[in-house]
Design a protein around this ligand. Sequence first.
Ligand code: PMP
Length: 406
Amino acid sequence: MLNLAHIRSQFPILTREIHGRPLVYLDHAASAQKPIAVIEAQREYLMHHHSNVHRGVHELSQLATDAFEAAREKVRTHIGASSTEEIIWTSGATDAINLVAQSWGRAEISPGDVILITRMEHHANIVPWQMLAEEKQAKLEVVEVTDEGVIDEADFQEKLKKNPKILAIIHVSNVLGTVNDVKRWTKKAQQVGARVLIDGSQSIPHLAVDVVDIGCDFFVFSGHKAYGPTGIGVLYGRKELLEKMPPWRGGGEMIDVVDIEKGTSYAALPHKFEAGTPHISGAIAMGVALDWMNGTGLQSIGDHERALGAQARHLLSDVEGMRFIGEAQERTGVVSFLIDGLHPYDVGTLLDQMGIAVRTGHHCAQPLMARFQISGTIRASFGAYNTMQEVDALAAGVERASRMLR
Ligand code: PMP
């Protein structure tokens, strides 16, 4: 059980008001709020330790480098990777997927090759592959999703017969909450020779992840959805693959020797993929965010959010014309819904007037919206700091908004 009063006291933003009402923040899936430990870690670093990393012999540069590399080690342990050489800092999940598409993809994808994604991907795990497919005259294939919002097993098997070179798959859907059995899908895809990239943006804040146990080749996530800062994220890649992949961005930090005449040789992993000055304070604070999640208890956080989600569905189902999108057995707490005859945007705007922050629209998953023949949903998503009272406020707010709009 989480000590909610204690948790909430660590999130300064939760005491603020919106439109004169107490903030009810139900948009964790878009970005998490930050505990004071994360905010303070950035401040502390900038106040006392800042310098550029890997560059100086001076004391501050050493301190900054040590803290930056210690954060990388925290990420490594958190996701069970074998070595920090496999942990690349990126600016976020989007950046990490683009890195794989552009580095691995440009080297490995040839005309006619198949790139496999699913219908429930976020645009971040669609568009980079579309761009690569266009450039290489490769083919983008899509595994369909059932009415319940789970991966269509038969279609998956069918698509595997096309011998994809890579499967890029979301771990937890930001719209449906579906938790995909990525270990199983990884195994199946690898049996036909595919590499597997997992988009863990919505799993890292809610579930324990072990990349070695899953067996994937690449795993990506953003810091800001896991109580960390914006502008920082991670690419995990198996060392053997990363070693073979060409660098993507060129510049300082990623080189060994630069010689105009003889050409440039590149730094060893992980720096080969980290051109330019990184987001040092972001990485350090992200390490603190992982500490915060582990200290609070990931299992308890996940259980709490699922209880909030279940109660939200229970209360919202009393609202006339309610329709939920996403009925998978294995789900996180996120709740996506529509109300017959009402536009999600109108409901969201009225909720905002009541201080309740939810997300409305396509949630960067337009192909999934098309599958359900809808233009968008209203989405309530939960973090460790949300309460049952906030779920009550949501249900009462939605009821009130739907009466006002009818
Ligand atoms: N994948 C999923 C499943 C997401 O929910 C998001 C963020 N909404 C992203 C990728 C992209 O994350 P970022 O914008 O932090 O790169």
